[in-house]
Design a protein around this ligand. Sequence first.
Ligand code: B12
Ligand code: SF4
Length: 419
Amino acid sequence: MPKVTLIYPKWQKIPEQTEFHLPPHGPICAAASIPLHYAVDFIDENVDELDFSKGSDIILLSMMLTCQLPRGREIAARFRELGIPVIAGGIATMLHAEEVALFVDTIFLGETEDGRLASVFSDFENGCLQKKYDFFHDFPPIETVGPARREILHHERYVYRGVRMVDLVHASRGCRFNCFPCATAYLGGRQFRPRPIDKVVEELQGIDNNRLFLVDNSLAQDKDWLMTLFEAMIPLKKKWICHPILDEEEVVAKAAKAGCWYVYQAVFDTSDVIRNRVKRLKDHGIGVEAAVLLGTDNQDADYIKRLVDFLLEIDIDMAEFSILTPFPHTPVTERYEKQGRILHKDWSRYTTAEVVYTPAQMTPDILQEMYHYAWENFYKDMGQSLRMARLFSQVVKKERDDGSYMPGRLSAERTWQHR
Ligand code: B12
Ligand code: SF4
């Protein structure tokens, strides 16, 4: 049986974050389009060892983040020295297409479904692999997106303190908004592409994990579809986390009923809009993790201090601080390029933990200090593990209440909660 090695290169995590790894989603979706007569060996370098001597007929390199590029380049070079062809795909390949094309045999731009990746394999088998397969914005019909191939993951490695990590799934692709720090508008052409609800339900039912992460860009794009999706999810009793949800009472209430457990909510100011949004979620028993971008043009050091005070005041459950980073093909980068504010393009340092541009109202050093200030001060009185434990106790309670709790996890969770 011919063999494909599918590799997700490692990168430097934000040092302040709790050290855990989520199973990568892009690669296992791409894997679902690999012809079935290939054996697939999946290596997520963040948790698996990559052995260059193991042998493979072809390498698929999947890169999501800009900071994966330097390692992706090293991996590609080693395999190409061994005479094994390397095909790159994924979000970072699309965002850095010209650069990636220089270090692999073939770049694949776009999504793999509806025969797109199968055509590449057929060229490979016929000895006529091309340099570039360009399906960028030529999206496959959304109903051709099937379940991700989760069986290729080494599940036992996505465990933190004895607790199995969430499994990832998406109910839609694309996003119709165009926020300044985000590449999604470029990647998805501002088209919201919801999957048919029955396909989503079928995929959810097939996942042997009660705890999920709906990685859709935004669950605030189409109210009717959302309400139907949440209604269909209620009987499944899955518990899930997600990016922002449409901030309307009936939608949040339905999300909670459908098992929403906590939300990553972008917090960009100290307004009543944010305060009320967080309150609404919490009133429905949904935890909130603030995703806080530091260094926008309206912020100075005092602003960041006020933001941290505000998060504590509204009793947000968790906060993840990241430094605004000018990733390629985002509105903010276009502006900073014109203004000559980008300091360098050493992609390994584009981790969002390091300042790589000149902020408007602070020096880069002050912004860097304020980043550390934010992490330290938010977690000063209650550390990350304890806050995480509080969130976990909420999900355990929900599971106990509706009978979906898996008792096998009990001891691990007790240990976690008492740390
Ligand atoms: C889900 C997600 C996450 C998840 C990732 C979970 C995981 N383990 O996979 C979480 C929430 C953890 C996350 C974190 C971050 N993320 Co994020 N994330 C996304 C998001 C919303 C969706 C990605 C996804 O899964 N899509 C669904 C899959 C199915 O699509 P796909 O990956 O494109 O895969 C398809 C094709 O590309 C192709 N394909 C994939 N691989 C391969 C390989 C080959 C060989 C081939 C042929 C094809 C192929 O096949 C797939 C099926 O068609 C994107 C936005 C977006 N719209 O893409 C941002 C995005 C990728 N994230 C981004 C960022 C900035 C981050 C953070 C740095 C944010 C932060 N400051 O914390 C962190 C980094 C992690 C960390 N802290 O260390 C940026 C990347 C910017 C960049 N250039 O690096 C994006 C683009 C959003 C943005 N702001 O612009 N993220
Ligand atoms: S930040 Fe979220 S809502 Fe805004 S464009 Fe990106 S994915 Fe869409």
